[in-house]
Design a protein around this ligand. Structure first.
Ligand code: ADP
Ligand code: ADP
Length: 240
């Protein structure tokens, strides 16, 4: 489904002939349907850069990212729009993905307006309520709320609900539980595990080895931009 082929990323840092910082070096791996691939490394190892390149938030310096056989860098117009119907990201800060002036209802209505205008409103709101319930949110409690009136865990679950409404194929989850309290963390983590069961692919970005081991089917270990280890999670974590 998603394939990275010898992907490099360098950032220009400093002004006037400043140097290049190579953040990702020659990284290749893939994420298939029903696969949770964890991308593990310490801070600065290039994890978020990879997530952002997949989400088209950063350009790629060398190599290619393909999604369902198409070169992600070349997507334009409707093809890019369709890509964002299929691929979504959730990040560390639950608030960062919300516009503070929109209530939850508005966000969910926009999904219909932008991607499913043919679905009748009554049908849409039934779909919304069952999707919210499936991520264990009470529709009556959250639909009429602004982001600041919801907890971090509720906001992350709302984003996952939004992704499910879009019927995405791939979720990029970048440190999504780092800012949540302990009781909510496990809820959101188990929700990501449910996505695997529904056949979605998940790219799970984390600095936490144990989390990666808990959730993923495949593991990629990054060190200074290099994929130093890669394989089935059971094998990567097995004692040598
Ligand atoms: P991680 O997610 O593993 O913490 P990042 O992908 O955020 O790593 O960063 C990898 C390297 O790239 C780091 O050295 C970081 O400072 C650098 N970097 C990240 N984003 C930028 C940017 N926009 N401009 C310049 N350097 C960046
Ligand atoms: P640079 O390429 O200068 O390091 P970035 O990686 O931040 O800069 O990308 C610059 C901008 O280009 C991003 O903010 C993004 O909106 C846009 N962009 C990212 N990927 C692509 C792509 N594949 N094709 C066209 N534009 C892209």
């Amino acid at each position: 489904m998603l394939t990275l082929e010898r992907v490099w990323k360098s950032y220009k840092v400093g002004t006037f002939g400043g140097r290049e910082l190579v953040a990702v070096r020659d990284v290749s791996f893939s994420v298939g349907p029903g696969e949770v691939v964890s991308l593990i490394g310490e801070s600065g190892s290039g994890k978020s850069t990879i997530g952002r390149m997949v989400l088209r938030l950063n350009s790629i310096s060398r190599g290619a990212i393909n999604f369902q056989g198409r070169d992600v860098s070349r997507l334009r117009g409707n093809a890019l729009r369709e890509y964002y119907r299929q691929v979504q990201g959730v990040f560390q800060d639950p608030f960062s993905s919300y516009n503070p002036i929109f209530k939850a209802d508005r966000v969910l209505a926009m999904v219909r307006d932008q991607f499913f205008p043919e679905v009748k409103p009554a049908t849409w709101w039934e779909r919304v309520d069952s999707t919210l319930a499936s991520v264990r949110l009470d529709p009556a409690q959250v639909r009429n709320k602004y982001p600041h009136q919801l907890s971090g865990g509720q906001l992350q679950r709302m984003l996952i609900a939004r992704a499910l409404l879009l019927d995405i194929d791939l979720l990029v989850a970048d440190e999504v539980i780092s800012m949540l309290d302990a009781s909510t963390r496990i809820d959101v983590l188990n929700l990501l595990a449910d996505l695997k069961a529904r056949g979605l692919g998940v790219l799970f970005v984390t600095h936490d080895l144990a989390l990666g081991n808990y959730i993923s089917t495949k593991t990629v270990i990054l060190r200074k931009g290099v994929a130093v280890e890669m394989g089935d999670t059971g094998k990567v974590f097995a004692n040598p």
